[in-house]
Design a protein around this ligand. Structure first.
Ligand code: ZN
Length: 450
């Protein structure tokens, strides 16, 4: 089945003004301006009203947090007090809650043009041991591409960590589940739809031993590593006090500096640390909204990229964004980075690159993130027919400057997963109603009612 997506209003690709041809799960041809496909096609989609992007890649999220958006006990706090106010609420998370939260997060991402999503799930209270299996089912139902990271926390307040004892696991349980998930779900190579990565939550929530064992297992299995790093000054102080090292030194000592690692936030690095991270090829998920909401600081994206680190975007969990809108996040990245570096150094092309190719690179993927022959057919199509776009000149710039929120069509591995802004077959009002009920019950169980 060959489909020609014909004559787009604009497209983020070289020599493809006439559109692209999709065959099966792949892009097979870019059509130059005024041209046509080199061979017969079975179907044509008129894209003359659409701006076409490579499918967006989300590098960092916590799906379960869609249940605690704008959560009263956590409002207006920086990271550590924010976490301490939310852990008791999250401790009540049950399997049905996570199933609903994951679906809401994924649908929101899909509607915003996202085709590949990574989630960092680190919360495994008793009864929720199969959290990653629940997420895998939600991802497959929606036909999205994903890297689900098996998070972990083993240091509770009793051991000098932050989380309560009820949400941490033993290191034996964490490693056994990591092995199980890798053997059950982890796909490798071109076109992989579902991958597993190992992701101790942060240096302040696990032991050095667990960091080392996770790295060894991931490398044996050809999987990636992920963690939160250098998000706040509090984290640097914690690392200095408990390990005698700054976060990057500590990570290096644990064998975690490599191109199979991407970290979330990556804010509080000095110049020498940026050079070291870049030489090692460590990827960074920039999370601009979360960094602004928690006032964590500014990620030095341009220095990181110049040093050799791939940079992509993450919406981060919905308790600190509080949205899961990736095209919206690209606008946030544009504005925040421009404020820091100047209007002539960060434009819409940089922000769109982070949201696509940069993210793919952090995930070690060369088969997604761009529009070119041979790559996977992951595409996001936006219409510019809302009032916010009226009078816009450059269609690609308009997506971010006018603030696009919603894709019209999304294709993943050659299949339309969003049509006319809707997920085919999904009863969205019913999903939202069920998730809202679950969110209220979760707060009520913790005695933190809205
Ligand atoms: Zn996070």
């Amino acid at each position: 089945m060959r489909l020609w997506i014909r004559n787009p209003l604009a497209i983020l690709a070289e020599d493809a003004e006439g559109g692209v041809v999709v065959d099966g799960t792949r892009l097979v041809e870019c059509v130059p301006l005024g041209g046509g496909p080199s061979a017969a096609v079975d179907d044509v989609f008129d894209a003359s009203e659409h701006v076409v992007l490579p499918g967006l890649v989300n590098l960092h999220h916590h799906f379960f947090q869609t249940l605690t958006r704008a959560c009263p006990p956590a409002l207006d706090k920086p990271l550590f007090p924010w976490l301490e106010s939310l852990y008791p609420v999250w401790a009540g998370l049950r399997p049905d809650d996570l199933a609903l939260a994951a679906r809401v997060a994924l649908v929101e991402l899909l509607r915003s043009g996202c085709t590949t999503v990574s989630d960092h799930h680190y919360l495994f209270p008793a009864g929720l041991e199969e959290a990653i299996d629940i997420e895998a089912e939600a991802v497959r139902e929606l036909g999205m591409r994903a890297v689900l990271t098996r998070g972990s926390m083993s240091l509770s307040v009793d051991d000098g960590g932050l989380p309560p004892r009820s949400v941490v696991q033993t290191e034996e349980a964490i490693m056994a589940d990591s092995e199980r998930l890798l053997s059950r779900y982890h796909e490798r190579g071109e076109g992989a739809m579902l991958g597993i990565a190992l992701a101790p939550c942060s240096p302040f929530s696990v032991t050095a031993e667990l960091m080392r064992e996770s790295a060894a297992l991931a490398r044996r299995e050809g999987a990636l590593l992920h963690t939160h790093l250098a998000e706040t000054e509090d984290e640097t102080a914690w690392c200095l006090e408990h390990t005698g090292r700054r976060p990057v030194d500590y990570l290096e000592e644990l064998g975690w500096l490599g191109e199979d690692v991407w970290v979330a936030h990556g804010i509080h690095f000095d110049d020498e640390e940026i050079e070291r991270l870049g030489r090692a090829g460590v990827g960074v998920s920039h999370c601009p909204s979360s960094n602004m909401v928690l006032a964590s600081g500014h990620c030095r994206t341009l220095e990181l990229e110049a040093a050799g680190s791939p940079v992509g975007l993450g919406v981060d969990g919905s308790a600190s964004n509080d949205a899961s809108n990736l095209i919206g996040e690209a606008r946030q990245a544009l504005l925040l980075q421009r404020l820091h570096y100047g209007a002539d150094r960060v434009g819409h092309r940089e922000a769109l690159r982070w949201a696509t190719q940069g993210g793919a690179c952090c995930l070690g993927r060369t088969d997604i993130g761009r529009i070119a022959p041979g790559l996977q057919a992951d595409l996001a199509l936006f219409r510019l027919d809302e009032p916010r776009f009226a009078g816009a000149g450059d269609p690609l710039a308009a997506l971010l400057l006018c603030g696009a929120q919603q894709a019209d069509r999304v294709m993943i591995a050659g299949s339309w997963r969003l049509i006319d802004g809707e997920v085919p077959g999904l009863d969205l009002p019913a999903l939202l109603a069920a998730q809202k009920t679950a969110a209220r019950a979760l707060l009520a169980r913790a005695g933190a009612g809205a």
